[in-house]
Design a protein around this ligand. Structure first.
Ligand code: GLV
Ligand code: MN
Ligand code: MN
Length: 423
């Protein structure tokens, strides 16, 4: 049991409201709702602005301080009793994949906000402030790179480079953020990044382990590493009706053979390697013109740094060999490199203690997905709490989770936050 105020054993977790947390998810899910029951709420879009506005209105009704930073991370601060103490941070992201679900990211933001409300309802004061955060552009679909806001906060990427980045329509992060502020105004703190004591992120698991093992809580010990590459294949445009096959420099056929030729490198009897081509763009995209250019993306993940290095480093030579076979050329550009990131020992232990004290069935788990915690862990001890999701399905409109499981994770979170904020 977390001792919260002198002489009292009130638990923040007892004041988590399963219904309130669920209703907040359902309200958020309307913003960018898709016909198949998911959400399309891409980073810094009109829908993202609506979601931030809604969170801001809930925060205002509690009297919390709401502010944003130059990359658009949105913070909701509940004060502590020691104004000079570094805050404990908790949150995730409100942006989604184009065919995303209602819970990926949103859960971590709403669970953090629910924890703040539970503390208020319980009358618990903490020494440190607790700040709920919605990081900008975790998903990395509209704008690159993903985990942009948390990366900027942790000093991983230069701000100017991020603000100048453009979406496929040519809108910059800078302009999209300025537009978003018109709908969801928030006090702008010119500082990017501030000292924090610790960070805990709650998230749906996005995989099947908790459900299959009938565990209620996953205690994340490590987030596996990730490398992402732009592959640009250059051939030559030619008439599809007249140009003999032998004379073509077909960038599409070359790109397809690269995707296939990489399979043996990525083959893994333990099924630990994650190799994905999730975007494939063909130019000029005309039925009667041999493609002159293909742009595709490789996403590669592994928990072991040496394996991740070996596999990622092997990509360029295989692509070059395939390009040469068809008279094409290829440019391989790595644009995201994140080493496997262990979670902080103290944060992990506190989350485990909190789950144990609440009598919840829990296991240690490695995160296959990337999360903002992997950047925040560079500047403060960080931990993550996973809850089960239906069949482990995520990045899919059918993504689902139960109100009970979501509330259980919020309970573990609330007690862990109090422990961190009072030490
Ligand atoms: C985050 O959504 C990821 O791609 O792991
Ligand atoms: Mn997520
Ligand atoms: Mn996601």
């Amino acid at each position: 049991m977390a001792v919260t105020t002198r002489g009292s054993n009130i638990r923040a977790s007892d004041h988590i409201s399963e219904d309130r947390l669920w209703q907040r998810h359902m309200a958020m899910a309307k913003l960018g709702a898709t016909p198949r029951g998911g959400v399309n709420r891409q980073a810094l879009s009109a829908e993202d602005a609506q979601a931030r506005k809604l969170l801001g209105s809930w925060a205002a009704s509690r009297g919390y301080d709401v502010f944003t930073d130059p990359i658009g991370n949105l913070y909701v601060k509940r004060p502590g009793t020691d104004a000079s103490a570094k805050p404990v941070l908790s949150g995730s992201h409100l942006d989604s994949q184009p065919t995303g679900g209602k819970f990926d990211g949103t859960y971590g933001v709403l669970a953090a906000f629910e924890a703040l409300e539970a503390l208020d309802d319980a009358g618990i004061k903490t020494k440190r402030p607790i700040v709920a955060v919605a990081w900008t552009n975790e998903e990395g679909n509209r704008f690159q790179p993903g985990c942009m806001g948390s990366g900027a906060f942790a000093g991983v990427y230069p701000l100017e480079q991020l603000l100048s980045g453009k979406d496929p329509q040519g809108t910059s992060v800078r302009d999209a953020f300025a537009e978003l502020l018109k709908t969801a105004p928030a006090r702008l703190e010119p500082r990017l990044g501030f000292p924090i004591d610790s960070y805990i992120e709650a998230h749906i698991e996005q995989g099947p382990i908790l459900e299959n093992t009938k565990n209620e809580i996953g205690i994340v010990t490590l987030i596996q590493g990730m490398r992402r590459f732009y592959i640009d294949v250059f051939g030559e445009e030619a008439h599809s009706g007249t140009t003999p096959l032998k004379l073509r420099k077909d960038a599409l056929k070359s790109a397809c053979s690269m995707v296939t030729a990489l399979e043996p490198l990525m083959a893994d009897p333990t099924d630990t390697v994650r190799y994905t081509v999730g975007r494939f763009e063909i130019y000029p995209g005309s039925p009667s013109t041999v493609p002159s250019k293909v742009h595709f993306l490789i996403d590669l993940r592994h928990p072991d740094i040496a394996t991740l290095e070996r596999l990622g480093d092997g990509i360029a030579s295989i692509c070059e060999a395939e390009a040469a076979k068809r008279g094409c050329t290829v440019k391989v550009t790595e644009y995201t490199t994140v080493a496997p990131m262990p979670m902080g020992a103290e944060a992990v232990a506190l989350v485990r203690d909190s789950a144990k004290a609440l009598g919840m069935k829990h296991i240690d788990i490695i995160s296959g997905a990337g999360h903002d915690a992997m950047h925040v862990a560079k500047v403060a001890p960080a931990g993550m709490i996973f809850v089960p999701c239906w069949k482990g399905i995520s990045h899919n409109e059918t993504e689902d989770a139960t109100a009970k499981d979501l509330a259980n994770g919020a309970r573990v979170l609330a007690d862990a936050l109090v422990s961190l904020a009072n030490r």
